[in-house]
Ligand binder design. Structure first.
Ligand code: TPP
Ligand code: MG
Length: 804
């Protein structure tokens, strides 16, 4: 299919068309004035930073016309006009986000948690239940890293394919109407240089999904012109090899100008129908866009654009061109357009002020309360003079924010430390109430707060009977996945080698043949978009298990997990969820890239996710069960060396679960507690036998999950009876072993119970060397554990345990 060349068409002007054009003009100028005033607000100090959608208005109005109920957008910070056009953002909300108003009503996208230009719709209600997404215009929740909207865009589109092809999903009417939904992406021209853009484009071409990706091409990425970003300076040129033809599937590629109102409408309408009806991905390269105010409030574009370029941007500004078009086609006069524009400007100003008044009004009330309290406290206190000084300072603050209020109270409480409780109790009470409110405003929703939180899932213990045979660990997983595929049509799994051979360790063996490709499938080698595919499908009500073949390769997908998935619930303040389960295997096999245990990396980057570290496949299956009943995103790290080890087949497979956050005592002992997880459990248990023979009794605890971490206080209780503790794992020193130590020391009140210094056992700081000797000299062995425990016992009783 040839590239559609952009040209201005002059349709017959009906009253209806005229009305539509003038409505579009009104929206374009409304959005433009919001951008212009937004920048001023930042320069006046009322907001910290601003990035705006000026210069991109027309294309977004055209995109909104093709966008239908049930569709999804996954885009970036320029899309304000689109969001306004679909009715999911009004001007007041736009300014509320700019000011960081923490009220969900005021800023439904992020409740003030994200800088402006980060859009989202709310797909779950306050109880965490899904809304009917087919009756809504949907936008995924934006994130700042360039091109990071792409991987989940693929997943949003892939969900439509599953809804169309998997007959078992037909009953899920609140998520899809026969897979008719299109996923619409937007991206800046410079951001197309990112690897994840190309990975997503390729995957969409392979999968043939209804994804329309529009490139807003304004010729720059901040100060860098497109010649430095893109081969031949044109992304549509570069992607021509992806174009479909009569014999081969691929992309529909369209090129259009950002100022061409009729051309844009035609392009988006065509793209929408191709994607919707035939599930063909479409790329729309929108050229000749401008940035009237430059990139953002961080700088001015006069620094890097020539006078000619700046003049060109004025001449080819899409609103100026739209105006010319309206006048030359006889739709309206200059005066009429002036009139519309000045009305729009007045309206924007009014709504901006309303947003400011609501935002600052809340804080003003808090200030009044604090001033009153401080004054009355000062009257009773010996620190009257300094307290009244605080009163004066706070009342004089220009554009005060919440920090000014709370910092004043905290200073006052420090000053009041010698005053009696009765003098300061009112102030303290007020502060405590604010702490709760501020927790909700700034710190809530890292994890689910609803009935689908993992800690709300009731425990069902594993049961064995006389028929329970000893089988390979992988057979337990296979039986569990079989059971779940049968039972839950929303459940599906995909990844490298997951389909035909049922994963490299065969936990899905035979299941593609049994349930079909829409349930168990192979993907290309593309970890980043495997995660995106999982996020996007989970955002649309499905229950994906996305497989990363080896834990060491999680790094390729980690960015999406960290930036997007782990922060989703938090950054929307409970407005969206994506209960994706990432399945992977690690800890021990062979060598530098197949035996890693980068748990510290995971713990630091994936707060917001559940981190499960099952010691065997029975525990793993129980954890999957819990996760599938809950709605929290999770990663499950199976033991790479455990698939062929024998385990007893549970009699209630698919029913029993594992309570997450609850460690299990694997062996009772009285001298020392060892806290560990995963493959290290077996090593520590072996060491326990050796130690037993020399008269040292150790208690072994498997934490089972690192996030959440021992919410039952089981480790602390154990230490209170053994009085000694070692935290052992096979991450680098200072990794997850240090995390476990910190969690127990800070949360379980053990300091006074300790008779010996708490210790950690970890791997060497480098990655493990190859082969069995490499493992022995890199990772903690039974001997290492024995010696470390012995050393602790020697220090406490050198007579009984002489130095080795
Ligand atoms: C991964 C990443 N690197 C760098 C940045 C900083 N950054 C923000 S916007 C931007 C330029 C993007 O240009 P383009 O994609 O053309 O979009 P435009 O702003 O021009 O619409 C850069 C480098 C970022 N947000 N994310
Ligand atoms: Mg650009």
């Amino acid at each position: 299919m040839a590239i559609t060349k952009s040209q201005t068409h002059f349709p017959v002007i009906s009253p209806l068309h005229k009305e539509e054009v003038l409505k579009d003009f009104k929206l374009a100028v409304t959005s433009r004035h919001a951008s212009l005033m937004g920048r001023k607000e930042v320069f006046m100090g009322k907001a910290k930073f601003g990035i705006f959608g000026d210069g991109k208005e027309l294309a977004q109005i055209a995109m909104a016309k093709a966008f239908q109920l049930g569709d999804f957008r996954s885009g970036y910070y320029r899309d304000q006009t689109f969001m306004m056009a679909i009715g999911e953002l009004n001007v007041q909300q736009y300014f509320a986000q700019l000011y960081a108003h923490t009220d969900v009503e005021a800023d439904p996208a992020s409740a003030g948690r994200l800088m402006n230009g980060h859009f989202a719709t709310r797909s779950i209600d306050d109880n965490g239940a899904w809304k009917d997404l087919t009756k809504k215009y949907n936008s995924a929740a934006d994130i700042s890293p360039t091109a990071a909207q792409m991987p989940k865009l693929l997943g949003l589109a892939y969900a439509s394919k599953l809804f169309r092809e998997n007959k078992g999903l037909k009953g899920l009417s609140q998520f899809s109407v026969n897979g008719n939904e299109v996923a619409w992406g937007t991206i800046g021209n410079a951001s197309t240089s990112e690897g994840m853009f190309f990975e997503s484009i390729n995957a969409a071409g392979v999968l043939q999904v209804p994804m329309v990706i529009s490139v807003w091409d304004d010729g720059y990425g901040i100060s860098v012109p497109k010649e430095y970003h893109t081969t031949k300076g044109s992304i549509s040129e570069v992607l021509m090899g992806f174009e479909r033809n009569e014999n081969e599937k691929g992309f529909e590629i369209i090129r259009v100008k950002g100022w061409d109102y009729e051309g844009l409408k035609q392009a988006f309408s065509h793209a929408g129908s191709v994607a919707r009806t035939s599930h063909v991905p479409v790329l729309i390269h929108v050229e000749d866009m401008t940035q009237p105010q430059g990139h953002s409030t961080s700088g001015s574009h006069e620094r890097y654009k020539s006078a000619e370029r700046l003049q060109w941007e004025k001449d080819w500004d899409c609103i100026a061109k739209f105006r010319e078009y309206i006048i030359s086609s006889g739709i309206a006069s200059d005066d009429t357009l002036d009139q519309i524009e000045s009305e729009a400007k007045v309206e924007v100003k009014k709504l901006k002020e309303a947003a400011w008044n609501e935002f600052s009004g809340e804080i003003k009330i808090e200030i009044q309360e604090v001033l009153q309290l401080l004054k009355s406290t000062a009257e009773k206190s010996t620190r009257k003079v300094v307290l009244l000084q605080l009163v004066e300072d706070l009342s004089k603050t220009i554009n005060p924010i919440r920090k000014d209020v709370i910092a004043t109270v905290r200073k006052a409480l420090l000053l009041l430390r010698f005053d009696s409780e009765s003098i300061k109790s009112e102030l303290k009470l007020w502060y405590k109430a604010q702490e709760e409110k501020n927790f909700d405003r700034y710190n809530s929703h890292l994890y689910s707060q609803t009935q689908w939180a993992v800690d709300k899932i009731e425990e069902v213990p594993v049961v064995y009977n006389e028929k329970s045979a000893m089988v390979d660990g992988r057979e337990i997983l296979q039986a569990f996945f079989d059971y779940t595929l049968e039972k839950d049509p929303r459940f599906f799994a995909f990844g490298e080698d997951v389909g035909k051979i049922g994963d490299v360790n065969q936990a899905f063996s035979g299941l593609q043949a049994k349930y079909g490709e829409s349930r168990v499938s192979d993907t290309g080698i593309r970890e980043c978009t495997i995660i995106g595919q999982g996020i996007g499908t989970a955002l649309r009500g499905l229950r994906p298990v996305a497989e990363i073949q080896y834990l060491d390769y999680l790094l390729y997908g980690l960015q999406m997990l960290s930036d997007d998935l782990a922060s989703l619930l938090y950054r929307t303040k409970g407005g969206q969820k994506a209960p994706l389960i990432v399945r992977t295997r690690g800890h021990r096999l062979e060598g530098v890239w197949h035996s890693g245990s980068p748990m510290g990396m995971i713990l630091s980057s994936l707060r917001g996710m559940i981190v499960c570290v099952p010691r065997d496949m029975t525990q793993a299956a129980g954890m999957y069960k819990t996760l599938l009943e809950a709605d929290e995103p999770a990663i499950v790290i199976e033991c790479l060396n455990g698939y062929r080890l024998k385990e007893k087949m549970p009699a209630n497979l698919g029913e029993y679960n594992v309570t997450l956050g609850k460690p299990e005592i694997l062996r009772e002992g009285k001298d020392l507690t060892i806290v560990t997880y995963g493959s290290m459990c077996r090593i520590v248990m072996e060491a326990a036998d050796v130690l037993d023979e020399i008269g040292i009794s150790i208690e072994v605890i498997d934490v089972q999950t690192l996030l959440p971490f021992d919410t039952f206080g089981i480790i602390g209780e154990s230490i209170k009876s053994t009085n000694r503790v070692i935290f052992a794992d096979e991450d680098v020193p200072g990794g997850a072993s240090a995390f476990m130590l910190q969690q127990v020391i800070e949360n379980q009140d053990i300091f006074k119970s300790l008779d010996s210094e708490p210790q950690t056992i970890a791997a060497k700081a480098h990655r493990p060397a190859y082969s069995s000797d490499g493992d022995y000299f890199s990772k903690p062995s039974v001997d290492d554990v024995v010696e470390k425990v012995y050393q602790v016992m020697h220090e406490s009783n050198p007579k009984k345990f002489p130095a080795l």
